[in-house]
Design a protein around this ligand. Structure first.
Ligand SMILES: [Zn+2]
Length: 392
C-alpha cells in the first residue's frame, strides 16, 4: 500500500502549465498504470475528456479519477522509477479549455436571457453539447444566445478560479451538492459555477462560438456548439461543402438553397412524366402483343412472357392492357426471384386469383390476387414451366 494517498492536482491552480516533474508513488504489476504524487493530467470528469501526453516518454492513453488519486494508463509499461518528467498534449488541452469555458459562458447566457437551465454537458471529439431544460429552444433563441455569447467573448471578460467554503459560497448558477472546499470558476460579472475543469483566463481566448443543431431529448433540448479552433474548422468544412454544391449550380453560395429546391421540383416533375410515359408504353405493348397473338381454337388469346431478372410489377400494366381487349389470358414469369403473374379478361371465364392460388399451392409457393390479376412466388425457378402449363 502507498503512503501517499492523495494525488496533488496541479491543473486545479494552473491550466496553462504544460510540463511537470513528479514522483512515481505506485505502479500496477504490468507497469501500465501509474500513480504520481502530483499531476497536470486532467482525468475524464464533469463532461470534459482526459488529457493526453506522456510520462517519461511513454504515451498516456487514459486518465481516471479515482477520487483520492488519479490513475494514468499508459501505452507501454513504464520502467522509470522515482522522479519522472511528463508533459501534456497542449493542443488537445487548450481545445478542451476553449470548449469548457465556452460551455460555462453559453450556459450563463441561456440562463440569463431565457431562464433555460443546463442539466448536462458533454465534450465530444468534434463538437460539444449542453442539455437545456425549462422551456422551448426555438431558432431565434439559438440565434440570440449565439449573438450574446460572441458579444461576451469580444468583451474579453476575466475568468478566474477560486477556492471557497461550500457553506459560504453565494450566487452559484447551479447549487453544488459538495461539502467542504468548492472550486469556483467565475466569469466576470456573469457567472459563478462550481467546476473542476480546466479553463482559459479570459473570454477572448474562447474564440468564436457557433451554435449548431438542436435536438429534443425527452424533457430537455440538446444544443450542439463549437468554440475557438473548432468553430473555425467547422466553418471551413461547411464552406467547402457548400462551395462544391454552388459550383455544380454555377451559383453564388447564398443562392444554393432555392436552386436546390427548384432542382428537386424539376426532378419530381420529371419522375411524374416518366411514370406516365411508362404507362403509355405498357398500354402500347399490351395492345400490340394482343394484336400479334393469334386466338386459339376456343377463341382465347394466350400470351406468355418470360423474364430472367427484373420486376413483374413492370409487366402489370402490359398484362392489364392485354386482357382489357377481351378473351385473353396473360402469363409472365420471372426467374430470379422465381415468381409468376396471371391476368385474365373478364369474359375469359377464368378467375385469375383462384386459378393461380390453386397452382401455387400445388407447387409449394404462395401468392394471390383478385379475379382479374394475381401474382405469387415459388421456391424454385425449375417449377415455373410446369406452373405455366398448369395455368392453361
Ligand atoms: Zn465546468
Amino acid at each position: 500500500m502507498t503512503l501517499d494517498p492523495m494525488t496533488e492536482r496541479l491543473y486545479y491552480t494552473d491550466s496553462y502549465k504544460r510540463d511537470f516533474s513528479a514522483r512515481v508513488v505506485e505502479r500496477s504489476a504490468d507497469g501500465l498504470t501509474v500513480y504520481l504524487d502530483r499531476t497536470l493530467f486532467y482525468p475524464s470528469s464533469g463532461g470534459q475528456p482526459f488529457d493526453a501526453g506522456s510520462i517519461a516518454g511513454v504515451a498516456v492513453v487514459d486518465v481516471v479519477d479515482e477520487e483520492e488519486r488519479i490513475a494514468h494508463r499508459l501505452a507501454a509499461p513504464l520502467a522509470a522509477e522515482g522522479e519522472v518528467s511528463a508533459e501534456i498534449d497542449w493542443a488537445r488541452r487548450f481545445d478542451h479549455m476553449q470548449q469548457h469555458s465556452g460551455q460555462h459562458l453559453l450556459s450563463a447566457v441561456f440562463e440569463e436571457l431565457f431562464g433555460l437551465h443546463t442539466v448536462s454537458f458533454h465534450l465530444g471529439a468534434e463538437s460539444a453539447t449542453i442539455d437545456l431544460e425549462g422551456g422551448p429552444v426555438e431558432s431565434r433563441t439559438v440565434v440570440e444566445a449565439e449573438r450574446r455569447a460572441n458579444q461576451l467573448v469580444s468583451e474579453n471578460r476575466a475568468l478566474d478560479v477560486r477556492f471557497e467554503d461550500a457553506r459560504a459560497a453565494q450566487g452559484l448558477r447551479k447549487a453544488s451538492e459538495r461539502e467542504g472546499t468548492l472550486r469556483i470558476v467565475s466569469i466576470e460579472g456573469l457567472d459563478r459555477s462550481a467546476c473542476g475543469g480546466t479553463h482559459v483566463r479570459s473570454t477572448g481566448e474562447i474564440g468564436p462560438i457557433l451554435l449548431r443543431r438542436t435536438e429534443k431529448i425527452r424533457q430537455s433540448v440538446r444544443v450542439e456548439f463549437v468554440c475557438g479552433g473548432r468553430a473555425v474548422r467547422r466553418a471551413r468544412a461547411d464552406f467547402e461543402a457548400l462551395s462544391k454544391i454552388a459550383q455544380m449550380f454555377s451559383a453564388p453560395l447564398d443562392d444554393v438553397a432555392p436552386m436546390v429546391a427548384a432542382q428537386l421540383e424539376t426532378a419530381k416533375a420529371g419522375d411524374r412524366a416518366r411514370r406516365k410515359l411508362e404507362l403509355d408504353l405498357a398500354a402500347f405493348h399490351g395492345k400490340e402483343l394482343y394484336a400479334t397473338t393469334g386466338p386459339g381454337p376456343d377463341g382465347m388469346r394466350r400470351a406468355v412472357q418470360r423474364l430472367e431478372r427484373g420486376n413483374l410489377e413492370d409487366l402489370r400494366a402490359v398484362a392489364q392492357n392485354f386482357t382489357a381487349q377481351g378473351k385473353g389470358v396473360f402469363v409472365a414469369t420471372l426467374k430470379d426471384p422465381p415468381s409468376v403473374l396471371l391476368a385474365t379478361s373478364a369474359d375469359s371465364g377464368v378467375d385469375a386469383g383462384k386459378v393461380l392460388k390453386a397452382a401455387l399451392t400445388g407447387a409449394g409457393g404462395r401468392g394471390g390476387g383478385n379475379a382479374r390479376i394475381a401474382q405469387g412466388s415459388v421456391p424454385d425457378a425449375g417449377l415455373l414451366d410446369a406452373l405455366v402449363a398448369s395455368l392453361g
